[in-house]
Design a protein around this ligand. Structure first.
Ligand code: NDP
Length: 412
């Protein structure tokens, strides 16, 4: 029998017989079994748990949100919370959805661009009718295929871009259905070789912007001048506008916040990550997602990112914890969820840059990493706080030191 034809217990038995899993490791697969998750993917063996925490009280558009974040990385939620604390001192963020549409592509080669453009211009209403007939419920609720454009990709390659309003859903499946229907018709029109039809994850028509204006005192830190910190945050940010090596790291920090909320809200973090990084390189140079500037008294931060998330569809209605997270978030629309996620990205960035230009990233980071280090060397839950305290007193906290200290603790 092939692996995918086995039921869950047969799969576990096969793994037990053919791998080096111990009995207690096998038990992990059983403990984390979920009947719902088994229905969601192929070759299911278990569910992989990740920690979830809350970023409390971030103020966006004068509303206070409790934001669930799923992450395995220590210090992410602490940093986001610290960023939110500073942001709230400036009265919170303002966030707006610049637009909210998905793009489906019908991709044609050996194409005459003029002929494709003429076809789209002359038959747009009919193409829209075909697209919407493929998923009528979306048009019925006010969404669906709205307009069509063409882009010349050179050398006979053409993209027919279908702009689709997916309402409260991320809409990947809806967009793909509509795109395939339109592609089938275009195939009959002899304007080129229709190769495929699929959504684009570069969601430049689902942009969201979050902004903050902070009095310098919001970023104050003992031992530093607040105005100096603000100026250095702007300087730090300027490196990312010039250098992809630095921009990638700065954006990774932003994604620490963004991905954690995207995951907690049951959205597709691969889709969001792919779109955001492509957007960061939209003018040919990979740049930072957040920009900072200042005047004599105020530090200004702004993030704009593509954020085609949904509040329905995909796994959102299926996974009970995701539904509970949506209750925590209490957002009323997909656009509002996008605003919250972008805001968390900005808060994360503020906290990281402030740490970098003052005491350095390791001062705060390592204290939290020590817990992970203690767990990694096998400390029990009761041993962890004692070992962390001892590690804090050491000049170097590495694995070897942690192991040695744990052995000493146990010997005593
Ligand atoms: P679904 O296929 O679940 O479609 C959305 C569903 O939500 C539809 O069934 C729709 O109902 C329902 N719905 C109920 N109320 C609303 C409303 N107000 N507005 C919109 N829809 C509503 O999910 P998506 O199309 O959103 O696709 C997301 C999934 O696709 C994710 O799991 C993603 O990982 C995956 N995916 C991603 C790809 C990519 O990013 N490249 C590619 C392929 C899949 P009705 O049917 O009545 O319209």
């Amino acid at each position: 029998m092939k692996f995918h034809q086995m039921d869950w217990q047969q799969r576990l038995a096969t793994l037990a017989a053919t791998t080096k899993l111990t009995a207690s490791e096998q038990a992990l697969f059983t403990t984390n079994y979920s009947a719902i998750n088994e229905q969601m993917i192929e070759n299911y063996v278990t569910s992989f748990p990740l920690p979830e925490g809350i970023l409390p009280n971030i103020v966006i558009n004068e509303r206070t949100y409790q934001v669930p974040m799923v992450t395995e990385e220590p210090s992410v939620i602490a940093a986001a919370s610290n960023g939110a604390r500073m942001i709230n001192m400036g009265g919170g963020l303002t966030a707006t959805n610049v637009s909210r549409e998905m793009i489906g592509q019908v991709l044609i080669n050996e194409a005459d661009f003029a002929a494709v453009t003429t076809l789209v211009a002359e038959q747009a209403p009919y193409l829209i009718e075909i697209g919407n007939a493929a998923h009528p419920s979306m048009a019925q609720r006010g969404g669906g295929l709205k307009h069509i454009a063409t882009r010349d990709l050179g050398d006979g390659f053409v993209s027919v871009d279908l702009h689709i309003d997916t309402q409260a859903a991320m809409g990947a499946n809806v967009v793909n259905t509509i795109s395939e229907a339109v592609a089938s018709y275009i195939k009959t029109q002899q304007v080129g070789n229709v190769v495929m039809a699929i959504l684009s994850n570069l969601a430049t028509t689902s942009l969201v912007t979050a902004k903050v204006a902070l009095p310098f005192k919001a970023v104050a830190k003992a031992g530093f001048e607040a105005a100096d910190i603000a100026q250095r945050i702007v300087l730090a940010n300027q490196f990312s506008q010039r250098d992809a090596y630095r921009a990638t790291t700065e954006n990774k920090g932003v994604m620490n916040g963004i991905d954690a909320v995207v995951m907690a809200s049951g959205n597709d973090w691969r889709a969001i990550s792919a779109g955001i990084h492509a957007y960061a390189a939209r003018d040919g140079q990979y740049r930072n997602l957040v920009t900072w500037s200042h005047d004599a008294t105020t530090l200004y931060g702004e993030i704009t990112v593509p954020m085609p998330v949904g509040v329905v569809g995909g796994s959102i209605g299926i996974v009970p914890l995701v539904q509970a997270n949506h209750k925590l978030l209490a957002v009323e629309s997909a656009g509002e969820l996008a605003q919250v996620i972008a805001a968390v990205g900005l808060a994360q960035n503020l906290s990281a840059l402030r740490a970098l230009v003052t005491s350095g990233i390791q001062a705060g980071h390592m204290q939290l990493q020590l817990k992970s280090l203690a767990l990694a060397v096998g400390a029990t839950i009761t041993e962890v706080p004692i070992l962390v305290t001892r590690l804090q007193q050491m000049p170097h906290a590495d694995m070897q030191t942690a192991r040695q200290l744990l052995t000493e603790m146990r010997e005593k």
